[in-house]
Design a protein around this ligand. Structure first.
Ligand SMILES: [Zn+2]
Length: 335
């Protein structure tokens, strides 16, 4: 199931992400999985080098129509969406950082740095008021994902967004992996306490310009978004291992697939799994050098060997609307 690209990707992931407690606790199954990965790697290397075997070709052509036919065929039971869409709050150059001058930060990223936040929480909460979830509304692509769920296709949505719009559109906690966390819940930052607070509580504090403090221990309370210096949620790693091998169709929306470990998700589906990218530009293509060495896994939309990756160049909303039309579905933009 795993493909050859897992080996280099795995190394990248381990460099960037502090190992999760869950990752360490299942040592034996981890070793087994690593063994299987190596076997898969060798199998794929031999088959690609010697031209032996090939992955099943699921789409009859690399177009949005073919993806729609596949969804309608009844063979696509387990669909995953990987989304960003809203400018990633952690990426420089999104316009957000230009907006931060007024907060007198030592450097712009400090506003999302956990150590800085613990000493100077004021700038973050001032920005949170400005960008508060609810200031934005779900768009067609959020409601399209809800529609995929209602039609019984959506297995999980992996999102980098922190604005809770997937939830506003009607997806539930079980449907979502919020890889960069969410404003939906908040916790006391004290490791001994960790008391949870809900969205209404946090909203009250933010809009009354109060720095939120724990009513049990008086430590700061922080929305559960992932700051620099914090690990991604454990659930991201555990679900990723369980989910992706069973994926029948991967839809990637509104992301340039540059930030690990999120970007590596596209390489975790089986070799037969079609992948649809809806984005303003092509993204996630394999490094040509890796390709020459026999490592696959990146997106391949255009080469002679392309067989499963479809790029639809548009906004997320236009792409979802086009796909919904081909499916004969109507997207309801009110939940
Ligand atoms: Zn506390």
């Amino acid at each position: 199931m795993s493909d050859a690209s897992e080996l280099p990707k795995k190394e990248e992931k381990e460099e960037e992400v502090t190992p999760e407690p869950e990752e360490q606790s299942d040592d034996s199954s981890g070793e087994e999985a690593a063994g299987e990965t190596e076997m898969d790697f060798l199998r794929n290397l031999f088959s690609s080098t010697l031209g032996l075997g090939s992955a099943d070709k699921v789409l009859d052509e690399l177009t949005l129509d073919a993806v729609a036919r596949y969804i309608k065929s009844g063979k696509c039971e387990s669909l995953f969406a990987v989304t960003a869409g809203i400018p990633d709050f952690r990426s420089p150059g999104t316009g957000l950082y230009a907006n931060l001058r007024k907060y007198d930060l030592p450097y712009p990223e400090a506003i999302f740095q956990i150590d800085y936040f613990k000493k100077h929480p004021e700038p973050f909460f001032a920005l949170a008021k400005e960008l508060y979830p609810g200031q934005f509304k779900p768009t067609i692509c959020h409601y399209f994902m809800k529609l995929l769920k209602d039609k019984g296709h959506l297995r999980r949505c992996y999102t980098q967004n922190i604005d809770t719009l997937e939830r506003v559109a009607g997806l539930e906690g079980e449907d979502l992996i919020e890889a960069h966390g969410t404003f939906y819940t908040s916790h006391c930052v004290s490791f001994c306490c960790r008391k949870e607070y809900n969205l209404d509580w946090m909203k009250d504090k933010i809009f009354s310009d109060d720095i939120p403090r724990c009513d049990k221990c008086n430590s700061l309370v922080k929305p559960d978004i992932v700051f620099f210096g914090e690990n991604l949620p454990v659930r991201f790693f555990t679900s990723m291992k369980m989910d992706f091998p069973c994926c029948d169709l991967l839809i990637v929306m509104g992301t340039s697939l540059q930030v690990q470990p999120f970007a590596g998700l596209v390489g975790r589906v089986s070799k037969s799994c079609p992948r649809l990218l809806i984005n303003m530009e092509k993204a996630g293509q394999a490094d040509p050098l890796f390709g020459l060495l026999g490592f696959g896994g990146g997106m391949d939309f255009d080469s002679d060997k392309a067989y499963r990756d479809v790029a639809h160049i548009s906004t997320c909303d236009e792409g979802c609307l086009a796909l919904a039309e081909l499916l004969g579905w109507k997207v309801h933009t009110v939940c």
